[in-house]
Unconditional design. Structure first.
Lengths: 315, 330
């Protein structure tokens, strides 16, 4: 990229190290400042091939060869519509034919061979396969998402495994030291034959190892019928998004009655207000309507607004 | 709760003068819109005055009450109260000449039935009316939205009936009055008369209810004054007591003034005058009204047609665009 020069202003990377080459659909390069200058109005024509271009289609050139750049661009565009998968075909031969067709189209477009007919072919394909294209697009999005999740999950698992291994190793080291100390203690203070003691310890270590080997059986993730179970099988369900909003803060309801103070719910029963209301029948009680509610409502209506005062009359 | 209701916020007025002023404004506005060709002096020979409009409204309030009483299946009091509220509210800002009260009256009752959960179908409803029921159905359903719009969609109404129940419960609990149930007939009679006045637009439902109970008590030579001053208002409400006493007195005097009988001759004259000066655009018997309705229907059809044709052309243009976008043309 070092010997790059802008075809219009002839600025090179050497003269201006921060030079950025941009490229549009036609594949001809231009430096950033020339783009700014020529496409002030948002659209204009390519200084080399006079093709009308739009400014927001310019992007930074990644490859040295502008033709590659052009091909990448075209490929991206074509594959957006030609998005069939191998599963969509009956046989491998058909799939291969399809791939070949795609490659031909891309090649034709990049090398300006029979552009009119090729474009017609794309249009035709688009029209014929509209539904298929939409479906595949949706599928693609979902698959990418699932893949991402899988990767994330694997990363977590790896992290976990690393930690486990570390803990295990340190545990084993400690155990060995402890065993050695025990052996030496025994040898020092026991009255038994030293050879016997060493043998029994060796036996114990061996047994412990065997047990460990038994204790770690392989976790099954498949039934014999091939159906997955366990955590892996859940990957097809997306987790329910949980919104983290501010926590709900309870505020007791304050009632402005604009009237005398109401008796409380306890007072309604204690002071005998409910003696003067019809008691609720069984059906009403099932619905949760007890006589004190009706009583409370009547009292509330009677008291609220008793202090009502007319506003000053505005003429 | 009344204190937080739209009724308290938007439909409580300060005085009868304010109400009369608003009604006069509605009357003036109507005359200015439709009577510009008649000179000042002879305007009221043709149009109704605000005072005459008020008499008309009062008369139709009585008819509203009678209609509700005769209604089958029998209505609850809340429906009647709510219908009264709607009717009163409507003619604060509207002229009788623009919308005939007999049409608005039935629409108010029909809407009140719905709002107060008194379930009658429109067929059941018009079965209570005399005359052409088909036409009545059309009128009610056409006016329903207009009515709601004029009420600003403030549909829930606080009537004084439940407050009366609350007060009676409170009196039974906290007052030594002998058999408070005796107060009931007097209270109901008072409230019925109160609906024919403007008190429901000036005082809160609980104040009206209290006035009704006190009135009924005084009719029975009982005295509830100590209950109101000591028990109901108590120490914390002492400052508000004067205002309430004044309100109760005003309510009672306004209700006392109700004159339920009307002068027959005057009624006939007013009816004739209204028939001449009512706005033909809102008169379902007039040619203009029929034309307007037809025009509205046609407009709907036209609208539908333009929409569908526009959709068609859009479809076509998208097809064209896809052809244009193909490099063959480019």
């Amino acid at each position: 990229m070092e010997d790059f020069t802008c075809p219009r202003c002839k600025t090179s990377k050497f003269q201006n190290p921060s030079l950025k080459m941009m490229v549009n659909v036609c594949g001809h390069g231009l430096c950033e400042s020339c783009v700014d200058l020529l496409f002030l109005k948002g659209s204009g024509s390519c200084p080399e091939c006079r093709i009308p271009l739009r400014r927001n289609n310019f992007r930074i050139q990644l490859f040295e060869d502008a033709a590659v750049e052009k091909e990448v661009d075209i490929r991206k565009r074509v594959l957006r519509d030609y998005n069939k998968k191998e599963e969509d075909f009956n046989s491998l031969a058909e799939y291969n034919d399809y791939l070949e067709e795609v490659e031909t189209i891309i090649y034709n477009l990049t090398n300006n061979i029979d552009i009119v007919n090729t474009n017609k072919r794309i249009e035709q394909y688009k029209r014929d396969n509209r539904e298929q294209i939409m479906k595949s697009k949706g599928k693609l999005g979902r698959e990418e998402y699932e893949l991402e999740e899988l990767l994330e999950y694997e990363k977590q698992q790896q992290e976990l495994r690393k930690q486990e291994i570390f803990i295990e190793e340190s545990e084993i080291k400690k155990k060995k030291i402890r065993e050695k100390e025990a052996l030496i203690d025994e040898l020092m203070f026991s009255s038994e034959n030293a050879k016997n003691i060493v043998e029994t310890f060796a036996q114990q270590v061996k047994e412990a190892k065997e047990e460990e080997a038994k204790a770690a059986p392989v976790k099954k993730t498949h039934f014999s019928s091939g159906i997955q179970f366990g955590r892996n099988s859940q990957t097809s369900f997306l987790p329910v998004p949980i919104e983290d909003g501010p926590l709900f803060i309870f505020k007791p309801l304050s009632v402005q009655t604009d009237g005398p103070k109401l008796p409380t719910e306890d007072e309604i029963v204690d002071k005998g207000y409910t003696n003067h209301v019809r008691t609720e029948n069984e059906q009403e009680r099932a619905g949760g309507f007890k006589s004190n509610i009706a009583c409370m409502r009547a009292l509330q209506d009677a008291f609220s607004g008793l202090y009502h005062v007319k506003k000053a009359f505005v003429h | 709760m009344f204190s937080t209701s739209t009724q308290c916020k938007h439909w409580m007025f300060n005085s009868e003068e304010e109400l009369n002023k608003l009604r006069e404004n509605a009357n003036m506005k109507h005359i200015q819109t439709y009577g510009r060709h008649i000179n000042e002096a002879s305007r009221y020979d043709f149009f109704l005055t605000a005072e005459e409009e008020k008499i008309m409204v009062k008369r139709y309030e009585i008819r509203l009450r009678d209609f509700c009483k005769r209604f089958q299946p029998p209505m609850t009091r809340c429906v009647i109260g709510t219908a009264f509220h709607y009717f009163k509210r409507f003619y604060i800002h509207n002229s009788v000449m623009n919308h005939h009260p007999k049409e608005i009256m039935v629409t108010c009752i029909y809407l009140a039935c719905k709002v107060e959960e008194f379930n009658v179908s429109i067929q059941q409803f018009v079965a209570n009316l005399k005359g052409d029921r088909e036409k009545a159905t059309d009128i009610i359903l056409n006016n329903e939205l207009l009515l709601m719009e004029q009420l600003n969609f403030h549909l829930s109404v606080h009537n004084p009936f439940r407050p009366v129940e609350g007060l009676l419960i409170d009196i039974k609990t906290r007052c030594t009055l002998n058999d408070p149930e005796r107060l009931r007939p007097g209270t109901e009679h008072f409230l019925e008369r109160a609906l024919l006045t403007d008190v429901v637009l000036l005082y809160s439902p609980s104040q009206v209810a209290l006035a009704a109970v006190l009135h009924a008590a005084s009719k029975l030579q009982e005295n509830l004054d100590s209950y109101v001053t000591d028990t109901l208002f108590g120490v914390e409400g002492r400052g508000k007591l004067d205002e309430l006493i004044e309100a109760v007195r005003a309510i009672r005097s306004m209700v006392k003034m109700v004159d339920a009988t009307a002068d027959r001759n005057q009624q006939k004259l007013l009816d004739k005058k209204l028939e001449k000066c009512r706005n033909p655009e809102n008169n379902p018997d007039s040619e203009i009204y029929k034309k307007r309705m037809q025009a509205l229907l046609d407009e709907d059809d036209d609208l539908y047609q333009t929409i569908s044709s526009r959709a068609d052309s859009m479809n076509n243009s998208t097809l064209n665009m896809s052809v244009c976008a193909s490099p063959e043309v480019a």
